[in-house]
Design a binder for this molecule. Structure first.
Ligand code: BG6
Length: 451
């Protein structure tokens, strides 16, 4: 990218990145796939829009489909125009951005592709002055992850070239990272053969969501919530990630994964850990990671019999929605007609530590549910004495609405607290009301996409 092309004085730009980012090439394996189109390139364009990309930043996309650089650029432009959220598409900016997009066709099973990739990297590096740093992004079939790492390693692409003192090589791995503990460990071992642990990034895009990060700010940047954030005050916690979409063309992958592996073991456990962990000693990656890990270690492991009482699985069938006939999961492309896959999963978890013993955490997620909503609802204990009458439907029974704190992750990002209030007029009847914080209203903009 041309220096200074975005703003006259970047120092005055409130969106500018605080830390200087060194130039690099991002190599995307699976560049013709859905993730690249829907998330990765729109997110990179958004970074360009925010002036956060380093000068010379470039992308080399790899996939089996034969495309020229220009065809790849055109496809990516269409994707950005379709999927960009919360920022405008500017043609001038795109023209600058697309000069950094390159493409090469190749099959990751073919050993020759890595040598060609090395040549492409060298050519882009000298054209765009990226100083030898490369980030490899694995957005392919999970079964190809170790093979790609090995191909990169055997071609020497896992190490920066001589003479580039500060250059680095890094690897981002998309989920699913294995399908159980032993396959995840094996994959880690295979990747570590060629990359150091500090060079490997196992991505969980939920950790990039502003509202998930805000859980930390909410808990540890305020004094009034932490004293009541425990079993003495909290009755239970519900974490919900409901999606209205189906599997959207990812039937073959999803059939093997299911809701438990696709959403719960990764995204939702990370949300749970962020919500429930102990305060870290500092806001530093390792300190936060350690507290999350401690919390996850304290989760009670279910025995086979517990599964019957603590877990539910379901699958969506065909339905008429808004005048459209939508296929059931078993009718989706790439799915077997007798697939047993869970597209809905709910589990009750317990954290066995002093803070949370006995507090149920109800976790649920599913596709093709009535609306898209992700939130954490924290229900507090009821007042010890029901002194007042309720208003409305509950007739004259005592008021029984416990306080409820809802951290809304998406789509209406915000926080609301329910409490009881006196209904105006004669008598002393109570009714639940809410105090609301809304991101859009307070910050004038919605959060960018997590990617
Ligand atoms: C992905 C899952 O990791 O997360 C998808 O594979 C799911 O199945 C998606 O739809 C949900 O992400 P978001 O950001 O839309 O909540």
């Amino acid at each position: 990218m041309v220096k200074g092309m975005f703003v006259a004085n970047p120092m005055e730009d409130p969106l500018r990145f605080q830390k200087p980012v060194s130039p690099c090439i991002l190599v995307i394996f699976g560049a013709h796939g859905d993730l690249t189109r829907r998330k990765l390139i729109p997110a990179l364009y958004r970074l360009a829009y925010e002036r956060r990309l380093p000068t010379g930043f470039s992308v080399v996309g790899i996939s089996r489909t034969a495309l020229s650089d220009q065809q790849f650029r055109d496809k990516m432009r269409e994707s950005v125009q379709e999927f960009l959220e919360n920022s405008p598409f500017e043609m001038d900016l795109w023209n600058e951005f697309e000069r950094g997009l390159f493409y090469m066709a190749g099959d990751v099973n073919d050993a020759g592709i890595y040598k060609r990739l090395g040549e492409t990297i060298a050519a882009v590096d000298s054209q765009r002055q990226t100083d030898g740093s490369v980030l490899f992004y694995l957005s392919t079939q999970p079964s190809q992850y170790s093979q790609i790492a090995a191909g990169l390693g055997q071609a020497g692409l896992n190490r920066a070239p001589e003479g580039h003192a500060n250059a680095w090589r890094r690897l981002i791995v998309e989920k699913p990272f294995g399908h159980d503990l032993s396959s995840a460990r094996q994959l880690s071992q295979e990747l570590r053969h060629y990359f150091d642990e500090r060079e490997i990034y196992r991505i969980d895009h939920y950790l990039g969501k502003e509202t998930v990060q805000n859980i930390l700010a909410f808990r540890f940047g305020n004094v009034i919530f932490e004293p009541i954030w425990n079993r003495r005050y909290i009755n239970h916690v519900q974490i919900t990630a409901a999606e209205s979409i189906g599997v959207e063309g990812r039937g073959a992958y999803y059939q093997e994964a299911g809701a438990l592996r696709d959403m719960i073991q990764n995204h939702m456990l990370q949300v749970l850990a962020t919500m429930a962990m102990e305060p870290p000693a500092a806001y530093e990656p390792d300190a936060v990671r350690d507290e999350r890990a401690k919390l996850l270690r304290a989760l009670k492991v279910m025995k086979p019999d517990d599964v019957l009482t603590h877990a539910v699985a379901g699958q969506y069938g065909p339905a008429q929605v808004g005048g459209n006939q939508l296929p059931g999961f078993r009718q989706e492309h790439g799915v077997k007609p007798d697939a047993q896959t869970d597209t809905y999963a709910a589990v009750t978890l317990f954290v066995e530590n002093w803070r949370w013993a006995g507090v149920p955490f109800y976790i649920r997620t599913g596709k093709r549910l009535p609306k898209r909503t992700t939130d954490i609802a924290i229900q507090f204990n009821s007042a010890p004495l029901a002194m007042f009458q309720s208003d409305g439907d509950a007739g004259d029974s005592p008021a029984t609405w416990p306080n409820l704190l809802v951290l809304r992750i998406q789509p209406e990002e915000g926080i609301s607290l329910r409490f009881s209030s006196k209904h105006p007029g004669a008598g002393m009847k109570l009714r639940p009301v809410t105090m609301d914080f809304n991101y859009g209203t307070s910050f004038g903009a919605r959060s960018p996409s997590a990617y």
